[in-house]
Each structure stands twice: as structure tokens, then as C-alpha cells.
Design a protein around this ligand. Sequence first.
Ligand SMILES: NC(=O)C1=CN([C@@H]2O[C@H](COP(=O)(O)OP(=O)(O)OC[C@H]3O[C@@H](n4cnc5c(N)ncnc54)[C@H](OP(=O)(O)O)[C@@H]3O)[C@@H](O)[C@H]2O)[C@@H](O)CC1
Ligand SMILES: Nc1ncnc2c1ncn2[C@@H]1O[C@H](COP(=O)(O)OP(=O)(O)O)[C@@H](O)[C@H]1O
Ligand SMILES: [K+]
Length: 489
Amino acid sequence: MRGVWAVERVRDAERRVFERTPEAALMRRAAFAVAVRSAELLAEQTGGTSGRRVALLVGAGNNGGDALWAGAFLRRRGVAVTAVLLAPDRVHAEGLAALLRAGGRRVVASGDSEAARDAVADADLVIDGIVGLSGRGPLRPDAEALVDAVTGLLVAVDLPSGVDPDTGAVAGPAVGADVTVTFGGRKPGHVLAEGAVLSGAVTVADIGLGEALGEPDIVLLDPADIGALWPVPGPEDDKYTQGVAGVAAGSATYPGAAVLAAGAAVLATSGMVRYAGPAADAVRTRWPEIVATGSIADAGRVQAWVVGPGLGTGAAGRDVLAHVLDQGVPVCADADAINLLASTPELWDVRDPETPLVLTPHDREFARLAGEVGTDRVAAARRAAERYNAVVLLKGHTTVVAAPDGRVLVNQARGAWPATAGSGDVLSGLIGALLAAGMDPWLAAGCAAGVHELAGDLAADGAPIGASALLRAVPDAVRRVRAAAAASA
Ligand SMILES: NC(=O)C1=CN([C@@H]2O[C@H](COP(=O)(O)OP(=O)(O)OC[C@H]3O[C@@H](n4cnc5c(N)ncnc54)[C@H](OP(=O)(O)O)[C@@H]3O)[C@@H](O)[C@H]2O)[C@@H](O)CC1
Ligand SMILES: Nc1ncnc2c1ncn2[C@@H]1O[C@H](COP(=O)(O)OP(=O)(O)O)[C@@H](O)[C@H]1O
Ligand SMILES: [K+]
């Protein structure tokens, strides 16, 4: 698991570390890491470092100081470095002095805009030290014009400027980096919203914040983490001991949602899947291994229910949801189950608050249930998880999974091909199977999201897919995460 720390937490750690390490030493460590990564990139992409041109975009604070010191280190490797000062009266004085001592040049962005633009346009690599942790709002016009002129590689110091450090949101022009070098640990801006894309490849440099950071605010599950958690049957297992998943989904109008959700439950884990609802014939035809019945009352015992995809929001759907919530087993409520919980609050009374519930809304379903998502998706998911005492998986390019106890994980999609009708039904089936296997509901939702996204990526391979293709790629995705776990064991 990789950690992500909110900016305020990083600031706290920084203050504690400053008590024993001078601020300047910390900055030089940070800058050294930026220089090393930039030199590597230059060598990889241009075949060397000596004689290459680097431009530094230098703002008003310590982020600019990092860039200036990085420039001074790069000078020692024979790189031609020009600092473009966006706020010359507030520039980091020691950093600038170090760069000039090392033989770097400087131009003032507003004073000599042509030279500044040329320095940036001609650079093999540009280091973005415009703004870091104190950044608010988009790039300002002077910086935007310079960033537009970049033709070479772009390395962001700490965060791409213009990205909100705590939400990853972008409200206008922003830097799109090839590589971001950050310090101590990832920040939310690297893993959420547009920031996840604009950060490029993130390198985390150890500058000695270490233990002062404490527990992360958000975690990322790596494929190896997911593979290690994925249920595997043992020699003593039979079809019942691994947990039976129940699927209550679909309607005469939407039988496909039932076929997809139930199929995902079949492919996620070994064991057994039951289906109850009006799509029993369609489900049986596609998945003969499923024990299907038309009525929820006849469904038989399960260890977890998936309810909602294609269910409808009428009286029949409401009765099914009430039945499922009253069974005392974990439930994954998706789609119309969420719409019903939003429109019929009495349904909450049926639920035993001690029994795990996973809600899997997309943004519009979330808005019906808990108000608009807004730009801070983590805060929104956390708020809803606490309010409903449920795990909330907020879908999207970045999937956020919040537990009622405050734990949050995010899963970042590589591409957007999984944004296709029915792919959410597959996700709910995966979660249901993992819940039935007895997994912690927060991890079940997170592992399912990871495998779902990987299956989408494998299935798409650069071309559009439907949800059925994503579903067919689930076994391959499970194999890959298990292989990653075996490789890292
Ligand atoms: N944490 C750590 O352990 C370590 C941190 N270190 C480094 O320090 C960095 C944080 O430095 P910092 O606090 O000096 O502020 P920083 O981000 O440079 O901003 C400066 C000023 O920019 C302005 N500004 C705001 N938004 C803007 C925008 N959109 N476009 C343009 N300008 C904008 C705003 O001033 P304003 O103009 O609004 O008055 C703001 O005050 C951190 O990211 C890391 O690189 C390392 O050196 C060592 C270890
Ligand atoms: N832009 C995107 N990039 C990657 N994945 C996405 C994107 N948008 C949606 N998804 C994923 O696709 C699925 C869509 O779910 P949902 O909206 O419920 O669709 P449906 O109801 O048609 O099944 C979710 O798993 C979601 O995380
Ligand atoms: K930056």
C-alpha cells in the first residue's frame, strides 16, 4: 500500500522536522532529488546531460527555491541552466545566489519577456517551480504563457502548478508534467481528479520527513496488495464454505444488468452464486452455473447480497431491497438500490446498522443520496460514509472508497474505456462476491475497483469495449494481481 498525506499533515511533519534539521538542509535534499531525476530524464531522452539546456520556472516561494537549488546542482553536471523569475522581488534569495554562483543565468519574466520565452522554448527540460504546496487556483497569465511555450520535457517540483494540492482539481490552466518529484509522500493532488493525470510519473523522494508524517490520510492499493487479499480456495473448501453470493438485480426491462452483475460474481471467486429476480431465465441461459429463481423469498441462504442494478424504483424493487437489507448479511447496494434509499428514507430503518453495507454511487446517484459531490471527492465520500455508516465507493476516473471509520483509498484508472454502460453492474457483482467471501467491506470495494479497472484496461487494449468484454477479462485481471502478489512475496 502506498500512502497519501493531506497538505496540512505534511506541513505539521515539516514543522516537527525543522526542530532538529535546518530548513535549508531540507530544501537542498528536496532540490537534489529534483536534479537527480531531471538528469536521469535528460540522459534517457536526449542521450546525456552535459551541454543540455534546462529552464527553471521560478515563483514566489520555496517551490521556486527548490527549483533554483536543483538548477545549481544540474550546473555541476554541465547543464546550461536559465532561471526565469516570475516574482523577482520575492524570489528565494539563497537559491538564486547558489544558482548564480554555479554559473546559471537568470531572466525576469516580465522585464524581458522575449528572452524568458526563448529560454523556455529552447530548453530540453523545464523545471516547474512556480508554486507548490501553497498553490491556490490556476496558473496566472504570465506563467500560463511561459508554460505554453514549453517544447521539451517537464518536471514539476512537488506538484504541477495550477493543480489544487488537496483535491487535484484544476480550475483553469495548469502544468502537465512528464514527471513530478515530491517529498516525503504523495499528496492528494497527485492521485485525485485532473491532478492524477497532470502529475505524470510521480517520484517520492525521502527528505527525512519519515515518521513525522504518521499514518496516511489516503491509501493506494497496488496490484500486489490486491492479489494478496484476493480469496483463494483451499483443499478443505467446497462450494459453500467460500461464501455464497446472492444477486438481486434486473427487471423485465433491464435483464442485462442482472446477467452482468451475476456473471461478475461467478468470475470473481470460486464457490456459488444465487440469483433472484425477473431476469432468472436470462441469467440461467448465460450462466448455467447460477442457481436462479424468480422470487427473492425463494432465494435460499447467501453470505452477501448485491442489490440494485436494473432493479427499477417501483414497489417491486423497494420490496426486494427491504428484504435484502433485513437478512443480516453484508450488502452491496448499487444503482436503483441507491436511488430507492435516497427517495424512501424509511428503508434505512430496515437495516441492521452493524451489518456491513457498501454503497456504489456514480456522481448523480451520490447527489440524490447525499448532495452534490463538488470538487473534493474524498471529503464527499468520507462525509457520506460517516452519515450512512456504510462504505461509500464513489465511481469515476478516480474511484474513492471511504469507510465510516475514516479510512479512504483511491483507485486511479489508466484510461477511460471502462466508462461504458453496464460496467458498473460488473463492479457491484465483484464486490458482492468478495463480501460473501468474508472480506472487510472497505477492502472488498477497493480490491474490486482495482480488478475492475485492470480488467477494463486489459480488455480495451486501446479500443472501445462493452461491459461484457470487461467482464470476460476479469479472470485475466485476477491472474495478474495474484502474479504481482507472488512476485513481491
Ligand atoms: N513540505 C516540505 O517538507 C518541504 C517543502 N519544500 C518546498 O516548499 C514548497 C512550499 O513552499 P511555500 O509554502 O513557500 O509556497 P509555494 O508553494 O512555493 O507558493 C509560493 C507563493 O506562490 C503564490 N501562489 C499561490 N498560488 C499561485 C498560483 N496559482 N500561481 C502563481 N503563484 C501562486 C502564493 O503567493 P501570492 O502570490 O498569492 O502572494 C504563494 O505563497 C513545497 O511545495 C516544496 O516545493 C521543500 O523545499 C522542503 C521540504
Ligand atoms: N472516466 C472514467 N474512467 C475510468 N473509469 C470510469 C470512468 N467513468 C466511469 N468509470 C467506471 O465505469 C463504471 C461505470 O459505472 P456506472 O456509471 O454505474 O455504469 P452502469 O450503471 O451503466 O453500469 C464504474 O466502475 C466507474 O468507476
Ligand atoms: K510546482
